[in-house]
Ligand binder design. Structure first.
Ligand SMILES: [Zn+2]
Length: 214
């Protein structure tokens, strides 16, 4: 079941490894079929080149495992994926990585400021959600709160979580956040983080409307 969806999640998880967003099975990826209310999720710590699409784990939206061909452990962040997918009916996929520029913001505990137009690809806002232990419902709730009105959130002292209407879209948003985070850090190294010339709230509303209309 869900073979096409599994193939797409695996393809994108490999893309994420190839793009340097995660390494050797790090990060985790899921996509839900909203009609069946079932999702495919990557197994824990398995290199995406060591597994096949059929090895992805299928579960219902409450986390009951329906398919697990090789009896692998599901992603350690499964609860985060489930809670985000439940809280955000506007999307179908979750991408979690420890991409290094985003992780730098997770350490300095400051939002990735929208300093270039690429930020509008994920909603312009990328906050830092307060630290909670990995793999816990508390982390899931922190992530959901941090995603309010946007599609990207940094998990404090941890990494990045992005969402999308497909797993490819969620992955692309991670790439965009990583790009904006890098530019932010490079610009901040010259003028200082507090002096970054980011788009303000009024400009964010105006530009978001313009991009939706165009
Ligand atoms: Zn993680």
């Amino acid at each position: 079941m869900l073979l096409e969806l599994k193939k797409e999640v695996l393809r994108v998880s490999r893309l994420a490894e190839d793009s340097g967003l995660c390494h050797h099975g790090g990060g985790n990826f899921s996509m839900v079929d909203r009609e069946l209310n079932q999702l495919a999720i990557t197994p824990h710590a398995e290199s995406r080149y060591a597994i096949e699409a059929e090895d992805l784990i299928v579960m219902d939206i409450d986390g009951n495992i329906l398919e697990n061909r090789k009896n692998l452990s599901p992603s350690s962040e499964t609860v985060v994926h489930l809670e985000v997918l439940k809280a955000r009916p506007d999307i179908t996929a979750v991408c979690h990585t420890h991409a290094r520029y985003s992780a730098t913001f997770a350490v300095i505990n400051k939002p990735v400021k929208p300093v270039i137009c690429e930020a509008f690809m994920y909603g312009a806002v990328c906050r830092v959600a307060p630290f909670e232990l990995p793999g816990t419902i508390e982390l899931a709730r922190s992530a959901v709160a941090g995603l309010a009105g946007t599609q990207a959130v940094i998990l404090q002292k941890h990494g990045l979580l992005t969402i999308g209407r497909s797993i490819y879209e969620a992955f692309l948003k991670a790439v965009y956040v990583e790009d904006v985070a890098e530019v932010c850090l490079r610009a901040a190294s010259v003028v200082g983080y507090d002096n970054l010339d980011a788009f303000n709230d009024e400009e964010i509303v105006k530009i978001s409307r313009h991009l939706k209309a165009s």
